[in-house]
Design a protein. Structure first.
Length: 341
C-alpha cells in the first residue's frame, strides 16, 4: 500500500520544503537578516585586506610611473619615465639578458626536474625513499644563503673550488667564474629544480607501465617509447612546470643583485634596484616605469602558466602509480634496473 493512501507524505527531497518549493540552503543560525549581515563583515574585511595588499601597491607603482615627481610635490602627468626606460641605450641589453636568463634557467630546471622525477618513478634505483625527498631539501634553505654558498665556492678570487683546482693543477687563472650569465643560469636553475620536481613526480607516477610495454611489444625502442609515449603523456605537466619556473626566475631578486651586478650582467631586476638605491637621489619614477614594464613581462609568463595548467585535464592517463617501478625481461636498458653491481 502506498504512503499516499495511508496519509503519510513521503520525505521531501534535499533542499525542498514539503510543499515542493525549492529553498536555498542556509547555514544553521544564519536564517535572519541580521546574522547574514554579520556573516558578510569578515568576508568584506578579508577582501579589503587582499585588495590593500595586492592592488594598492600596484596602483601606486603605476601612478608613480606617469608622474614627474613624488606624491604631494606638485608632480604633473608625463610619459618621460617610460620614454627613458624604453629608449635608453641599456634597454635592449637589459631585455636580452632578462630573456636569456629566464628562458635558459627555466629550460635547465625543467630538464633536471624531469630527469629526477623519471629516476625515482621509473627506475629501480636503490634507496628510493631517501632519493624521493632529497631533491626537495634545497627549498628549506633561504635563497640568500644558497647564493652566498655558491659565491664562496666558485668566486674567481676567493672561491674554495677555484683555489683548490689552481693549487692542484697549477693554473694561473681560475677555472670557474660565478659572476657571469652562465653562473646565474646554473644558480637559478638549481634553485627552481625542486619546484619543477614536485610538479612532475605525480605526473610521472600516474603513468602505467603497461603503456611502455605496449610500445615495446610493437617493436619500438626505448628512445622511441620515451619520445612518443612517456613525454606526450606528461606534456601538460612539463609545460606548466616550465612556465612556473620561468615566472619564478623572472621574479628572483637575490641572484641578479649578488651575482649579476658584480659581474656586470644587468637585468631588469638589477636596473630597478639601481634606480632606487644605486645613486645618491633615488629615482622612484623611473623605477616605477621599469617595474611596470617588468610587470607586463611577468603577466605574459603567468598567462602562459595558466594556459598550460588549464589543459592538464585533457591529457589525464588512467593507471596505477605502483606499476611504474619494475625490473625484468624487456625493461628499458639502464632505466629499469639500476641496482648497485
Amino acid at each position: 500500500m502506498s504512503s499516499s493512501v495511508i496519509g503519510i507524505q513521503p520525505p521531501a527531497p534535499s533542499g525542498e520544503d514539503p510543499d515542493g518549493v525549492r529553498r536555498r540552503f542556509r547555514p544553521p543560525g544564519f536564517g535572519t537578516h541580521r546574522l547574514a549581515v554579520l556573516w558578510r563583515i569578515p568576508l568584506t574585511t578579508l577582501v579589503a585586506l587582499i585588495l590593500a595588499c595586492v592592488v594598492l601597491p600596484i596602483g601606486v607603482t603605476l601612478a608613480m610611473s606617469v608622474l614627474s615627481g613624488t606624491f604631494g610635490s606638485g608632480a604633473s602627468l608625463t610619459f618621460d619615465n617610460y620614454r627613458q626606460a624604453l629608449t635608453d641605450a641599456n634597454a635592449l641589453p637589459l631585455l636580452r639578458n632578462t630573456v636569456i636568463l629566464t628562458v635558459c634557467s627555466a629550460v635547465l630546471a625543467t630538464m633536471m626536474g624531469l630527469v629526477l622525477a623519471w629516476i625515482v618513478t621509473s627506475t629501480d634505483v636503490p634507496f628510493v625513499r631517501v632519493l624521493y625527498w632529497l631533491p626537495v631539501t634545497p627549498i628549506l634553505l633561504p635563497v640568500l644563503m644558497k647564493d652566498t654558498g655558491w659565491i664562496m665556492l666558485y668566486s674567481p678570487r676567493t672561491g674554495l673550488v677555484n683555489i683548490w683546482l689552481q693549487d692542484l693543477l697549477g693554473l694561473s687563472q681560475p677555472l670557474f667564474d660565478i659572476y657571469s650569465m652562465t653562473g646565474m643560469i646554473i644558480i637559478l636553475a638549481m634553485g627552481i629544480t625542486p619546484v619543477v620536481y614536485l610538479i612532475l613526480v605525480p605526473a610521472m607516477s600516474s603513468l602505467s607501465r603497461s603503456l611502455e610495454e605496449a610500445s615495446r611489444v610493437t617493436g619500438a625502442g626505448w628512445a622511441t617509447t620515451l619520445w612518443r609515449v612517456v613525454l606526450p603523456a606528461v606534456r601538460p605537466a612539463i609545460l606548466s612546470s616550465a612556465a612556473l619556473a620561468a615566472l619564478l626566475v623572472a621574479t628572483a631578486f637575490e641572484t641578479p643583485i649578488l651575482v649579476g651586478l658584480p659581474g656586470g650582467v644587468r637585468t631588469y631586476i638589477s636596473a630597478i634596484y639601481n634606480s632606487m638605491s644605486g645613486q645618491s637621489i633615488p629615482d622612484y619614477n623611473l623605477a616605477s616605469a621599469q617595474s611596470a614594464v617588468y610587470l607586463l613581462i611577468s603577466a605574459v609568463l603567468l598567462t602562459a602558466y595558466l594556459r598550460a595548467t588549464r589543459s592538464e585535464q585533457r591529457f589525464a592517463v588512467v593507471g596505477g602509480g605502483g606499476t611504474r617501478r619494475a625490473c625484468g625481461p624487456g625493461s628499458v636498458p639502464g632505466a629499469g634496473c639500476w641496482r648497485w653491481s
